[in-house]
Design a protein around this ligand. Sequence first.
Ligand SMILES: [Zn+2]
Ligand SMILES: [Zn+2]
Length: 350
Amino acid sequence: MDNFIGNRRAVNILKKAIEQDRLPHAMIFAGPSGVGKCTLALLTAQALNCLTPQDGNACGRCAACRRIMAYVESRHKECVNGESSACGVCSVCQARNRRHPDMLLVEPEERTTISINQIRDVIAETAFQPLEARYRVVILDPADQMRVEAQNSLLKTLEEPPSRMIMILIATNPYLLLETIRSRARILPFGEIPSGQIAQYLTQNEGKSGPDARLAAALSGGSLGAALDFNTAEYRDARESALEFVKLLLCCGSFTRASALAAVAAKDKDVFRTWMESASALLRDVYYSGVAAGRVGQSDLIEKLRVLRQNTRHSHLVRAIEAMRKLQTDLHYNVNRQIALEALFINLSR
Ligand SMILES: [Zn+2]
Ligand SMILES: [Zn+2]
């Protein structure tokens, strides 16, 4: 737990409660995605069940620790041999087989939500004492996406929790949970991870170069998960074209050139999404370069951004930022990407 990145306050609250043996039987880990809520829930399970704890910390090496970590190792991963039924011998399958029998990590099976049948299984299984663990830890991730019936079926377990059981509900938005659930659980809020800490993690643990790490950190919205998934090379390509478009947009440049850029960017839906995010981030950074240089995410471009800022009227810049944001929302509907982007350009050129 001491090596957990970010959210020190949540870590300290948990550590203290474990030390004093007064951890609530039900908790909601609430906060943005990608900050490690589920990982911290598993680390809590380790701290509660480690066979040879050292100074109140899980050792990370004993059988209990390793079998709980097997969840992290096999989570979101599929059998390496890609067979329809698991091969049983690859590293992912082996980690899956090592999983601790008393820990329950409940995740959506087929759809995007945890089903009522999965909750029924949890209730049936937790009716018995844990086989080996001091505490059985049940983690529901994501809990806030559960349908009302599934949530309702959990209520009785929360009202009369089995002894030696801790339930942790992972939620991006705890207010999607029923009030009756929230009132029976302690909410532990999580925040975004400061980009400096993310960048440091990426250089030290992922071997990224300083500039790449800072770029990924600046554009990941405080999520370590997003920063790890971030494709720097792909983004740099998109950014180069987006920067040219932003220049044309702010300085009322050539429509023909803007239209050509729009045509290339709009070809593929996913490419376009990255491109739009990039253009929006650049516009925000142009804005910040004039008022709060410390908030400029793409600091490698700061000189170019400052020049743009000096040559753009404030009201025009704000209109451009708003128009981009609206177009990003409209992308959820099936708009024609190229035409929408060209229309935005013409509107702002007036
Ligand atoms: Zn241990
Ligand atoms: Zn396998």
